[in-house]
Design a protein around this ligand. Structure first.
Ligand SMILES: Nc1ncnc2c1ncn2[C@@H]1O[C@H](COP(=O)(O)OP(=O)(O)OP(=O)(O)O)[C@@H](O)[C@H]1O
Length: 319
């Protein structure tokens, strides 16, 4: 197997705030190879976006990144600004949620797609923009449209076209379908899956909705309080979650596009902990229906929980 597209080793992100350091990502290990898709799930505030944005160092200035974040073997945390600019779009790019805010409202979408192509000097621009639009299921002539002339789903397709513009090996999609209605959401997810297959790219997709991730990603990583608490093949993680937190999330989101999936997980009492004041022991223990006495004192790290599966829980998984 060649160099992974993305590898994180003990990656951390802390935010400097007036109240002290807020640990948003606390020692994450993960790996994505070409053609692999990894879904990152978890409730609001668990650190998903922080983790995703750390890959291209698209973090606010008060963020302090630690550990290793390797893009094609090169440590992003040690890159100078020139190298970072070269790597963004060309090696990895991000599809943000809410394309209406991410696109410039007063510039034709074709021009916006063309921008990274020009910056990276990747050949005849107009033809490439047309190709990209067709690749995401829009007619090439839509290049002349302004964002407000497109529907929400079409705008998200434009965002995907832009992300593909410089043929990166890795796409990072942060809640790419959250703002869309159910039918359009399914279409955009199907498009992403198709492109990953056709172009043999890697995908890191973030969502609070496990069912969205399971429909698109081969593997799932579940995040809680800045850490990955379970990781494995999507179908198996959902069929038999090893971690009680995954179990609660999976029970909460039975079907794709279920309106309830936009709410807090059902059956999961309480709120996620404040990262600045994490409880002792397992950070999930105050909410965990299976918590035992030792969970309040033992901070369990990831350990094997079946074939190709890790989980950070003291409970033994049933075979
Ligand atoms: N610029 C910042 N300064 C200080 N703290 C921050 C900053 N950005 C995020 N945080 C904190 O870091 C933690 C992780 O936030 P993050 O946005 O990564 O979570 P998330 O899982 O992506 O949530 P959401 O789904 O709501 O976007 C949260 O506690 C958040 O309040």
């Amino acid at each position: 197997m060649g160099e992974p597209l993305l590898e994180m080793r003990s990656a951390t992100v802390d935010y400097r705030t007036a109240g002290g350091l807020v640990p948003a990502v606390r020692g994450v290990d993960l790996r994505i190879d070409a053609g692999q898709t990894l879904g990152l799930a978890g409730e609001s505030g668990c650190g998903k976006s922080t983790l995703a944005m750390s890959v291209l160092r698209l973090l606010p200035r008060n963020a302090v990144v630690g550990g290793e974040i390797l893009l094609g073997g090169e440590n992003v945390t040690e890159m100078g600004w020139g190298r970072l600019r070269a790597v963004r779009w060309a090696e990895a790019s991000v599809v943000f949620q809410g394309a209406m805010h991410a696109l410039n409202p007063v510039q034709r979408v074709g021009e916006q797609i063309a921008e990274p192509i020009r910056v990276h000097g990747k050949g005849p621009v107009e033809r490439r923009v047309g190709e990209l639009l067709e690749q995401v299921g829009l007619p090439a002539r839509r290049a002349r449209a302004y964002p407000h002339e497109l529907s929400g789903g079409q705008r998200q397709r434009v965002m995907i076209a832009m992300a593909l513009a410089c043929s990166p090996g890795l796409i990072i999609a942060d809640e790419p379908t959250t703002a869309l209605d159910v039918m359009v959401q399914a279409q955009v997810l199907a498009l992403l899956s198709k492109l990953v297959d056709e172009l043999d790219i890697g995908l890191l997709m973030i969502s609070h909705d496990l069912s969205v991730l399971a429909s698109t990603c081969q593997r799932l990583a579940v995040m809680y309080a800045g850490r990955i608490v379970e990781q494995g093949r999507s179908a198996e993680v959902l069929r038999q979650p090893a971690h009680p937190y995954t179990k609660a999330l999976a029970a909460a989101f039975p079907t794709i596009g279920d309106p309830a999936s936009r709410l807090a997980p059902r059956g999961l009492a309480g709120d996620p902990p404040d990262p600045a004041q994490l409880p002792a022991g397992c950070p999930f223990h105050p909410r965990c229906p299976s918590a035992m006495a030792e969970c309040s004192v033992t901070d369990v790290l990831l350990r094997p929980a079946g074939e190709d599966r890790v989980s950070a829980c003291l409970l033994e998984v049933e075979p």
